[in-house]
Design a protein around this ligand. Structure first.
Ligand code: PLP
Length: 375
């Protein structure tokens, strides 16, 4: 049996005709840069997310950087972000001369932990970047309230949770990425909405911010060869937009397939005492970008090794807290440590789960996990 973490080939084969036609059309029109598919995808995506503006760009990291540029954050400003996330979240903060202030996460939901955040606030704190890790929303109601209290911008890193939605206590439902001032996402091939190369987008309901984001992503110009501000060159390729147009129509179906397999894992793994199935955020749906368990008693690496011997891949997202990365030493004092982040880095294991996953594969993974624990 061949188990994969993702199966982009199997997924492609089912939508081959539409994808191939879309790509061929770009080539026939030689409309490689800002061709019609870019605008069409943008509009489809705005409708899907129920957001006023989508601004496509070159990748998710650029989206985060452009967001912080558009909010006029200045060197020395502090930005709160989780220490347990992909490097891009904090990297762009540092690149712009801002200070990433790394905070801990919740041990059940893996999202930014909110009860202790006040102590990180200084007069320089200007923004917070919640990351909707593994596919479900951070607690946005509390984050928005906290941000309003301290006058912070909220930039959602939605690279892993596209298609999830969050329900506020007043009943209002919003898709992740459309809740804060700006949302950012990535279309990296293995993301839930992935293209066939690099791609990304920013989302906002603020008209003025949308104009600014568009300008920054386009060399700081609104009128060709007239540059108002320093910007960058960050575009979504037409060919990638053509792929995304096709895959967006499938996204909810893909999320359903992921949920089905995740529920099956849950049901079959829930009784294992040394393994903890993923926790759920009460007000959020989950799109299971990753199905991530926690393995107790220092057995994570042994389990991963055992599964590898049975040809079952698994991944550790993420093995190191950001504050232990060499590149981030300038932002933390010696011995800086966050207990939950530290624990998760040694316990998390993401199991194979993708849109083409079948029951036979999950049964095999489950039985080998049980074998490992002598069950
Ligand atoms: C993938 C990812 C990004 C970066 O996206 P790229 O398109 O690879 O630049 C940022 N944040 C998180 C949480 C991610 O998972």
């Amino acid at each position: 049996m061949k188990i994969q973490m993702v199966d982009l080939k199997g997924q492609y084969e089912k939508i081959k005709n539409e994808i191939d036609a879309g790509i061929q059309e770009c080539i026939d029109n030689t409309a490689f840069i800002n061709g019609p598919a870019v605008k069409e995808f943008q509009q489809d995506f705005e409708e899907y997310l129920d957001v006023k503006h989508v601004i496509p760009c070159a990748n998710g990291t650029d989206a985060l950087q452009i967001a912080m540029m558009a909010l006029d954050l200045k060197p020395g400003d502090e930005v709160l972000c989780p220490a347990f996330t992909y490097v891009a979240t904090a990297e762009v903060i540092g690149l712009l001369g801002l200070k990433p202030v790394m905070v801990d996460v919740d041990e059940n939901t893996f999202d930014i932990e909110l009860t202790n955040l006040e102590k990180y606030i200084t007069p320089n704190t200007k923004a917070i970047v919640p990351v909707h890790l593994y596919g479900q929303s951070a607690d946005m109601e509390k984050i928005i309230a906290f941000a309003e209290k301290h006058n912070l911008f909220v930039i959602e890193d939605n690279a892993q949770a596209i298609g999830s939605y969050y329900t506020f206590s007043n009943g209002i439902v919003k898709k992740t990425g459309t809740i804060g001032h700006i949302g950012c996402t990535s279309f990296f091939p293995s993301k839930n909405l992935g293209c066939y190369g690099d791609g990304g987008a920013l989302m906002t309901n603020d008209d003025d911010l949308a104009v600014k984001i568009r300008m920054i992503a386009n060399h700081g110009q609104q009128k060709k060869y007239h540059h108002k501000v320093l910007g960058c060159n960050s575009r979504l390729d037409t060919i990638q937009a053509a792929v995304l147009k096709v895959k967006l129509k499938k996204l909810d179906e893909y999320s359903d397939a992921r949920n089905k397999m995740a529920t099956y894992y849950d049901e079959n793994l829930v009784g294992i005492s040394e393994l903890q199935i993923p926790g759920r955020v009460k007000n959020s749906t989950h799109v299971f970008h990753q199905y991530t368990v926690r393995v107790k008693n220092g057995k994570r690496d042994q389990l991963q090794q055992y599964l590898a011997e049975k040809n079952i891949p698994s991944m550790i997202y993420y093995p190191l807290p950001l504050y232990k990365q060499e590149a981030f030493q300038q932002y933390v004092s010696e011995g800086f440590s966050l207990p939950v982040t530290e624990m998760l880095c040694s316990e998390v294991l993401s199991l194979p789960l993708h849109t083409e996953f079948d029951q036979e594969s999950s049964d095999y993974v489950i039985s080998e996990i049980k074998n490992f624990f002598n069950l």
